[in-house]
Design a protein around this ligand. Structure first.
Ligand SMILES: Nc1nc2c(ncn2[C@@H]2O[C@H](COP(=O)(O)OP(=O)(O)OP(=O)(O)O)[C@@H](O)[C@H]2O)c(=O)[nH]1
Ligand SMILES: [Mg+2]
Length: 497
């Protein structure tokens, strides 16, 4: 074995220790480990929320799903066993397998493997939606040998069976949690393979780059052309830049997923609570003409041009001897610190005061907007009075009372939130913090490749960095995600999903 080859092997061992579960064989290994932990038994859970509803569903998945269902399901008379029809829906009655007691009328749907969500045999009983019937039907299923599913276990099985990849599995929960229609659209695009396709396409480029390097590293004596170092550097840079582009689009999309927190701050009585109510379109916070009305922060979610926005109305900022109000003021400062953006409210019908300037100064390091409120009254503050203290924040006249300027305020906030014109555009993707980090780390590894090859680093070292980039990309699709990562992701799901 040549020195280069030995060096390559050594470094590969180092990196293997550093990053477990390398690309290539990763998916298979995860599946095997996953199956060792999540056994291939039959699981069941109530898949609809526990409350009163028109319909509630008990879902069963696994090799015994059909057998278990046939033990419980009778024809409408309750006397004869009812055979389930593959891909069909049957009406009948669910009975207790031990006592034969009738539990509830139900529709049973059978979805035999492999054409089901989990790729296992799946049966769903659609019963009356209430905790009473649903828990008894579930109990009957468990008595027949099924095990209660863990949170997200149905989706985990769909992932482990290869029906969906990890990015698609995560999209399932994003759809459930989508707070706005834009968030839903982006999540659905991921469920349909949007993010995965973008990652897989870049992964193909990375694999091609690796193949080019490894041919030289692994078979140096063979008749392999010496690679063109400039071409490798260029290709690594191009791929890193593609990844950065994807990460930037994903960063934007993430705002639609996670939303932003906006603190409404200002002196007492300037109309912060009125503005909160105007932005929410309902009367959430108490409004009076007594300064110091709001003590505890009042907050709620709203939708601004598709961006989920958590608005936080706060206690007015001023020096005060009242101990209760002082606590409120302290809390305002904390909420302002935690917020992503600020709306600084100033009463435009009164001359700009030192108090207003102090608030502008407190919000100085935040991105945000200044709302000159009470524009329905004669105005005593000019925009040019505010600008020198506003640290570049846009200044806007609004009237919380009349509702004027509110739409423009929402548009500015949405634009500040996504960092550009608000609205889901072509090519935008949604990524979680985990996926975002993986994209950025993969790009950084490729930068390292380019730097290394340019600086005449041995190619076997560059190959290790390429493998690291692959590792991070495979974290997104799940080829190389460890059981810990999977546990963390699926534990966020509810039982029955
Ligand atoms: N004319 C006019 N009055 C307004 C407007 N917005 C608020 N007000 C009035 O200003 C007073 C104070 O309003 P709030 O919304 O309670 O003010 P705040 O900033 O929350 O006050 P604190 O909670 O005490 O800090 C109330 O009498 C409101 O009706 C506006 O746009 N125009
Ligand atoms: Mg208030």
């Amino acid at each position: 074995m040549s020195n280069a080859c030995l060096r390559g092997t050594h470094f590969k061992l180092v990196v293997l220790r550093r990053i477990s579960g390398l690309a290539g064989e990763g998916r298979e290994r995860v599946c095997m480990r996953g199956r060792g932990i999540v056994e291939n038994d039959t699981i069941a859970a109530i898949s609809t929320p526990l409350g009163e509803g028109g319909i509630g569903i008990v879902r069963i998945s696994g090799p015994d799903a059909l057998k278990i269902a046939s033990r419980l399901f009778r024809d409408p008379s309750g006397k004869r066993r009812r055979t389930l029809k593959p891909w069909g829906v049957r009406y009948g009655i669910v009975v207790d397998p031990e006592t034969g007691e009738e539990i509830d009328e139900a529709l049973a749907s059978a979805m035999p493997a492999p054409h089901s969500f989990t790729r296992e045999d799946v049966v769903e009983f659609s019963c009356h939606g209430g905790i009473g019937p649903l828990s008894r039907v579930l109990d009957a299923v468990l008595k027949c040998g099924a095990r209660l599913a863990q949170p997200g276990e149905f989706t985990r099985r769909a992932f482990l069976s290869g029906r969906i990849d990890l990015a698609q599995a995560e999209a399932v929960i994003e759809i459930v949690r989508a707070r706005t229609d834009s968030a839903r659209r982006l999540a659905l695009a991921n469920l349909r393979g949007g993010l995965s396709a973008a990652v897989v396409s870049i992964r193909d480029d990375v694999v091609a780059l690796l193949a080019q390097l490894e041919a030289v590293v692994d078979f140096p004596e063979d008749d392999v052309d010496e690679p063109d170092h400039d071409a490798i550097t260029r290709r690594a840079r191009e791929t890193a830049s593609k990844l950065r582009g994807l990460a930037a689009r994903a960063r934007c999309g993430r705002v639609y997923r996670d939303g932003v927190t906006v603190a409404i701050v200002g002196r007492p009585n300037v109309g912060k609570s009125s503005l909160l109510n105007a932005l929410l379109g309902r009367s959430k916070a108490i409004v009076t003409d007594v300064p110091g009305t709001t003590r505890d922060a009042v907050e709620d979610w709203t939708n601004m041009h598709g961006v989920p926005v958590r608005l936080v109305d706060t206690a007015g900022l001023r020096e005060t001897d009242d101990p209760v109000e002082r606590l409120g003021v302290e809390r305002t400062r904390e909420r302002l610190d935690e917020a992503d953006l600020a709306i600084v409210v100033i009463d435009g019908s009164e001359a700009l005061s030192d108090g207003d300037v102090a608030v502008l100064r407190s919000a100085g390091t935040k991105r945000g907007v200044v709302a000159l409120n009470k524009s329905d009254l004669p105005q005593r503050v000019a925009e040019s009075d505010v600008a020198p203290h506003a640290a570049g924040m846009p200044v806007l006249r609004v009237s919380a009372k009349e509702g004027t300027g509110i739409e423009s305020l929402e548009k500015i906030i949405a634009e500040l939130a996504v960092g550009r014109v608000a609205g889901v555009s072509e090519g935008m993707v949604m990524a979680s913090a985990r996926q975002q980090e993986a994209l950025e780390r993969a790009a950084a590894a490729l930068d390292e490749v380019a730097r290394g090859v340019e600086g005449e680093t041995p190619l076997d070292l560059a190959a290790i960095d390429i493998r690291e980039a692959l590792f991070w990309l495979d974290q997104i699709t799940g080829r190389s995600a460890s059981d810990d990562v999977l546990d963390r992701i699926f534990s966020e799901f509810c039982v029955g999903k």
